[in-house]
Design a protein around this ligand. Structure first.
Ligand SMILES: Nc1ncnc2c1ncn2[C@@H]1O[C@H](COP(=O)(O)OP(=O)(O)OP(=O)(O)O)[C@@H](O)[C@H]1O
Ligand SMILES: [Mg+2]
Length: 358
């Protein structure tokens, strides 16, 4: 385990930037465009901003709200206001709204006045070149005064954020379980040996709860309620119950029901197994020399939904590996990007996306 060290920083807060350490002159941003949350590392403040990656548009053209305020309106807004997520399954699905969102978040970061800056964007590995290129186009066209746009493989950023010395360590497996996606990657010596992007994560868990509640209790609940159920049922140590409010299918009236944490766990079981099976598949395809290293180091898990009660245990049992959970699962990629920005030895882990299609 000599090559690894675990981050001691539980909160994910960054220490103040030291100018000598800052390899990029002036402003730089590290951006993880998550489906659920956007994370922005600002080199000037040394902080990571996390906000809901959502936009509310009124009458098809007017920006009504963005970020956490737009999320508040989700599933509640009138027909004239459309609340949406511009990222789907880890890739940009709605470029115009994403540009508008990015500009709004960066204006907030810079108190209204945009100054020239370098951008380091985390990009999933298992996507097409067109999808990859879209991350570059987004920053270039968002009107955010981008000086340079660099890409960093998301799994590499995850590795750095987990405290792994990615340039020197051999054979480590990282599973990032986010909202719409789960990215399983094997890293070795600063590169990616294998990577697979699955369409599963917290959002699929929420859908499973919505379906199970409908089937079992004839009750229709929203996705936000389903997420709240998931988060509250395990905050009570896995033994609690949660009260939910929704609409009864038969009477059509609003009602409340009590859900047990066992019910929640049971609804999620098959999705946990699905992730474990895919981890298994990747392990089977891994070259044997790297398998030995992975066995020694164990599995690294991150992404907000890796904290779901019972998931780490399921992976441990099914894959027969130790499981190391990130200290700040939502922020891991952004912490990794901050290392690329601030530490010279990691700078060559970033590449120019610009060069890709030219
Ligand atoms: N304590 C927790 N327990 C379980 N799930 C959690 C917890 N905290 C956050 N989550 C879940 O994590 C998910 C968001 O995580 P994250 O920010 O890593 O996703 P994302 O990066 O936006 O999505 P993706 O990587 O798929 O594009 C949500 O589904 C949320 O419900
Ligand atoms: Mg993510």
């Amino acid at each position: 385990m000599g090559l690894f060290f675990k981050s001691k920083n539980k909160t994910g807060a960054m220490p103040r930037p030291v100018q000598e350490d800052l390899g990029v002159s002036g402003n730089a941003y590290g951006i993880d465009l998550g489906t659920s949350n956007i994370k922005i590392f600002n080199s000037q403040t040394g902080k990571i901003k996390v906000a809901k990656n959502m936009i509310a548009i009124q009458n098809r053209k007017l920006l009504f709200a963005y970020g956490d305020a737009a999320y508040e309106m989700y599933e509640k807004a009138p027909a004239s206001i459309k609340v949406s997520r511009p990222i789907n399954y880890g890739v940009i699905a709605d470029i115009n709204n994403m540009e508008q969102l990015l500009q709004s978040f960066l204006r907030d970061e810079q108190r209204g006045v945009l100054r020239p800056a370098d951008f380091f964007i985390a990009v999933p590995t298992d996507v097409t070149e067109v999808e990859r290129r879209a991350f570059y186009d987004l920053v270039r066209d968002a009107g955010v005064k981008a000086r340079r746009v660099m890409g960093v493989e998301k799994a590499i950023a995850d590795g750095l954020g987990l405290g792994i010395d990615v340039k020197n360590s051999q054979g480590c497996m990282i599973v990032d379980i986010g909202f719409d996606t789960t990215e399983i990657s094997i890293l070795s010596l600063g590169g990616i040996v294998l990577s697979k992007l699955l369409k599963t994560g917290g959002h699929v868990f929420d859908q499973a709860i919505v379906t199970a509640v409908r089937r079992e209790y004839n009750l229709v609940i929203g996705m936000k309620t389903a997420e709240a159920v998931r988060l509250s049922s395990h905050s009570q140590g896995g033994r609690g119950t949660t009260v939910v409010y929704g609409r009864d299918i038969v009477t059509g009236l609003p009602v409340e029901r009590i859900l047990s944490s066992e019910f929640v766990e049971k609804s999620l079981e098959e999705h946990f197994s699905g992730i474990a099976d895919q981890v298994h598949v990747i392990l089977e395809r891994t070259p044997p020399e790297l398998s030995a290293d992975i066995y020694r180091h164990g599995l690294f898990i991150t992404g907000g939904a890796c904290q779901e009660e019972g998931l780490a245990q399921k992976l441990q049992e099914e894959c027969r590996l130790d499981v190391n959970m990130a200290d700040a699962p939502v922020n891991t990629v952004a912490i990794g990007l901050s290392q690329v920005i601030r530490k010279k030895q990691y700078r060559n882990l970033a590449y120019t996306i610009e060069g890709l299609a030219e």
